[in-house]
Ligand binder design. Structure first.
Ligand code: ADP
Ligand code: MG
Length: 400
C-alpha cells in the first residue's frame, strides 16, 4: 500500500474532481469531512452550483477506536465491489459507486443528500409505507441472483473467493455471536439490566442455538450478503430507499441479511415503549412497524420463490419441494439472526439509538429487557414458529 495516504479535505476534492465530469476546471469546490460512522472517513465535495459527491476512504484502523485497532483497507474494495454488483441487480435501491481506487482505498459515490438515515427517522416516529416492499425487492434480487439458483458452480466459487472478507467477518463473528454470551470487556451493559445480562452468560440452551447460528454464518456461502443491513445503512425519502455501506459483505447465509433488518425494525418497535409516551401515538407507530416486519417477509418470500421457480437454470435445484424447504430454512435463519441482533445491540459493543436515546433510565431498562427476552424467544422458537403471523403474535404476547 505504498501509495496510500490518509485524505485531507484537499485530497478528497482532488479525487472527486479527477474521477467525475461533474465539476470541471472552473467550478469552485469545497469539502467537509462529516462521517458519523464507526470505521471510515466520509467527505462531501460540493461545487459552486450545489452539485455534490461523497468520497469515502477506509483508514488502516477502526476510526471509532483509533490506531490500536488495525483494520484492513481491503474493506474499501469489498464495499465498492458489493455495491457495484448489488446495483446491477437492484439499481433502484443501491447507492451508485462512480469510482474506486484500490491503492487509496477510496470510493467516489452519489451523494444521497435528498435522503435521510432510516434509523433517525424511525426513532422520530416517521412512517414510510414503501420501506418494506422496496427492501424486500432489494433483498430478494441481490440474494437470489448471487445464489446457486442463479450462478454456475465455478462462477459461484470464484465469487466466494472474491468476497472472503475474513477481517470484517471476524468482527461480526465476535460482536454478534460471542461477546454478548460471556462477560466480555467489549460489552456495553446499562446498569439497569446487569442481572439480565448475567443470565445470558449462563443460558446454555440459548448458547447452543447461538452456536448453531454462528456455525451457519461461518460455513454457508449461500449468497453475496450486504452484511450490515441495519437501519443506519439505509437512506430513505418519501419515494425511495437506498442501501449504503457494504464493507461487511461476503458470501453467507441469506437469513443473516433478512434477519438483521427484521431485528432492527423490532428494536425500533421496542424502543418506542420508552421513546413515545402518548399511548395512541405509540400504538400507531408500533402497529406500523409490525406491519412492515410482516410485509418484509411476505414480499421477500414471494419474490424469492418466483425467482426460484421462473429463473433457475440448474436442473437439480429446480425441484419445487427442495425450493419450498429452502425458503422455510431461510425463514428460520431470519428469525434466529434477528434474535441475535436484538441481543447484541442491547448488551454488546455497538448499540442503537432506538434504545440508547431513551432518556429515562428505568424506561430504557424496560425496553432493553424486552429486547433480550424477544431475542431469546426468536432464537429458541425459530424452528417451531410456522409463519410470520405467528411471529407477530409472539412479539405482541411478550409485551403483556
Ligand atoms: P462507516 O462505514 O464508517 O460506518 P457509513 O458508510 O455508514 O460509514 O457512512 C457514515 C455516514 O456518512 C453516514 O451515516 C452518512 O451520514 C454519511 N454518508 C455515507 N455515505 C453517504 C452518501 N452516499 N450520501 C450521503 N451521506 C453519506
Ligand atoms: Mg460501515
Amino acid at each position: 500500500m505504498t501509495d496510500y495516504r490518509t485524505f485531507t479535505t484537499d485530497d478528497a476534492m482532488r479525487f472527486a474532481d479527477e474521477h467525475s465530469g461533474l465539476f470541471g476546471d472552473h467550478s469552485k469546490l469545497s469539502c467537509e469531512e462529516f462521517g458519523d460512522g464507526n470505521l471510515n472517513l466520509v467527505f462531501r465535495v460540493i461545487n459552486d452550483k450545489g452539485t455534490s459527491l461523497i468520497v469515502k476512504q477506509a483508514l488502516p484502523y477502526a476510526r471509532c477506536v483509533g490506531e490500536s485497532w488495525p483494520l484492513t483497507i481491503e474493506r474499501a474494495r469489498i464495499e465498492a465491489e458489493v455495491l457495484l454488483k448489488h446495483r446491477k441487480l437492484c439499481p433502484d435501491h443501491t447507492v451508485e459507486v462512480l469510482h474506486y481506487d484500490a491503492a487509496l482505498a477510496a470510493i467516489l459515490m452519489e451523494d444521497l443528500k435528498d435522503y435521510r438515515i432510516l434509523r433517525t427517522e424511525l426513532v422520530a416516529g416517521k412512517q414510510f409505507l414503501h420501506l418494506a416492499p422496496q427492501l424486500a425487492t432489494y433483498l430478494a434480487n441481490t440474494l437470489y441472483y448471487t445464489s446457486d439458483f442463479a450462478l454456475t458452480g465455478p462462477n459461484k466459487k470464484q465469487q466466494v473467493g472474491q468476497f472472503l472478507n475474513p477481517e470484517l467477518c471476524l468482527i461480526t463473528e465476535d460482536l454478534f455471536f460471542t461477546d454478548p454470551y460471556c462477560n466480555h470487556e467489549r460489552n456495553n451493559i446499562h446498569s439497569e439490566i446487569r442481572n439480565d445480562a448475567l443470565q445470558l452468560w449462563h443460558d446454555e440452551a440459548l448458547q447452543a442455538e447461538v452456536a448453531q447460528l454462528k456455525a451457519g454464518f461461518l460455513s454457508q456461502p449461500q449468497a453475496l450478503l450486504h452484511g450490515d443491513v441495519h437501519t443506519g445503512s439505509i437512506f430513505i425519502n418519501d419515494e425511495n430507499c437506498k442501501l449504503i455501506d457494504a464493507e461487511f459483505g461476503f458470501y453467507g447465509p441469506i437469513g443473516f441479511d433478512v434477519g438483521s433488518l427484521t431485528g432492527n425494525l423490532l428494536l425500533n418497535y421496542l424502543g418506542h415503549f420508552g421513546l413515545t409516551q402518548d399511548t395512541e401515538t405509540r400504538q400507531r407507530h408500533q402497529d406500523y412497524l409490525l406491519s412492515q416486519v410482516q410485509t418484509l417477509w411476505q414480499e421477500f418470500e414471494k419474490q424469492f420463490k418466483q425467482l426460484m421457480s421462473n429463473e433457475c437454470r440448474e436442473p437439480t435445484l429446480q425441484n419445487s419441494l427442495y425450493q419450498q424447504r429452502f425458503i422455510q430454512q431461510v425463514f428460520r435463519d431470519t428469525l434466529g439472526y434477528a434474535g441475535c441482533e436484538l441481543i447484541r445491540r442491547t448488551v454488546g459493543l455497538a448499540h442503537v439509538a432506538d434504545l440508547d436515546s431513551i432518556s429515562d433510565g428505568t424506561l430504557r431498562g424496560q425496553s432493553e429487557r424486552k429486547a433480550l427476552k424477544l431475542g431469546r424467544e426468536l432464537i429458541l422458537q425459530r424452528n417451531e414458529l410456522a409463519g410470520i403471523d405467528q411471529v407477530l403474535t409472539l412479539v405482541r404476547y411478550l409485551q403483556n
